[in-house]
Design a binder for this molecule. Structure first.
Ligand SMILES: C[S@@+](CC[C@H](N)C(=O)[O-])C[C@H]1O[C@@H](n2cnc3c(N)ncnc32)[C@H](O)[C@@H]1O
Length: 232
């Protein structure tokens, strides 16, 4: 969870403009509310808009091929993680103004109008916590053209089936890196931001619609060595 602070701080300090944070799989809002709090703590509420996507009805039907357990008894179960939309909406609404909850299937709520807002609010962090391959890939099918290079993608359930590329969120990572969405698109693990996990990736798109913009203060006109000696 503390990854959120590292990621938000990096975007606040290094990049210009406004950002969005998108969470897919919100349920009762444990992680969503932590994110809202983090932006307030980091004094960047006015620069970040949070979007939470969920049916709030729990996991959809499980495709055993793409999401079946490789260990007996470790299966996902349809209907689990049912959320609490009304309570979450009123809790967040009383405290924060920089959020929106999108109730419904990802394939229905990731509309053209919503996607167009991402050019102004460039995605800093995309939080995937929808467990299933089918749900994860349905997000990327719509979102990929709108993700600039450098956006951080967090996969909560990357360890399902030992991170095998045959199932779950890792199957989606594998398909992206195999080139299914284009040969100039990949997900690169970010070891620094991941700390002791392999949950965080940087998105790369050689033909992205738009880019994150480095702040003037972070640019070097010439990348010169310091005045230290290059010799041992
Ligand atoms: C593990 S829960 C999310 C947990 C949450 N991030 C938290 O902090 O507690 C997974 C959620 O994904 C949602 N979900 C999975 N597939 C979905 C889909 N295709 N469309 C909308 N919601 C989906 C389920 O409703 C469920 O609430």
């Amino acid at each position: 969870m503390d990854h959120i602070y590292e990621v938000l701080r990096a975007f606040r300090d290094d990049y210009e403009g406004s950002f969005s944070v998108l969470e897919f799989g919100v349920a009762d809002g444990y992680a969503f509310t932590k994110k809202l709090h983090a932006a307030r703590y980091l004094k960047m509420e006015s620069r970040v808009m949070f979007h939470g996507f969920d049916t709030f009805e729990g996991l959809p039907d499980i495709d055993q091929g793409a999401d079946g357990a490789l260990i007996e008894g470790d299966d996902w179960v349809a209907g689990t993680y049912k959320g609490r939309y009304d309570e979450l909406q009123s809790y967040c609404g009383a405290k924060y103004g920089n959020f929106e909850l999108h109730k419904g299937l990802f394939e229905d709520t990731l509309t053209k109008d919503f996607l167009a807002t991402l050019e102004e609010y460039r995605p800093a962090l995309i939080w995937i916590d929808c467990d299933l391959y089918s749900s994860t890939i349905s997000v990327f099918k719509r979102l990929i053209p709108w993700i600039p290079t450098g956006t951080v993608i967090y996969f909560d359930d990357i360890y399902y089936n030992f991170s095998s590329r045959f199932t779950g969120e890792m199957r989606a990572v594998h398909e992206i890196n195999r080139g299914d969405f284009g040969s100039g698109i990949e997900l690169v693990p970010d070891r620094y931001l991941s700390w002791n996990s392999n949950r965080l990736y940087r998105f790369i798109n050689l033909d992205a619609k738009f880019q994150h913009k480095l702040k003037e203060t972070r640019r070097d006109d010439l990348r010169l060595r310091g005045d230290d000696s290059p010799f041992p």
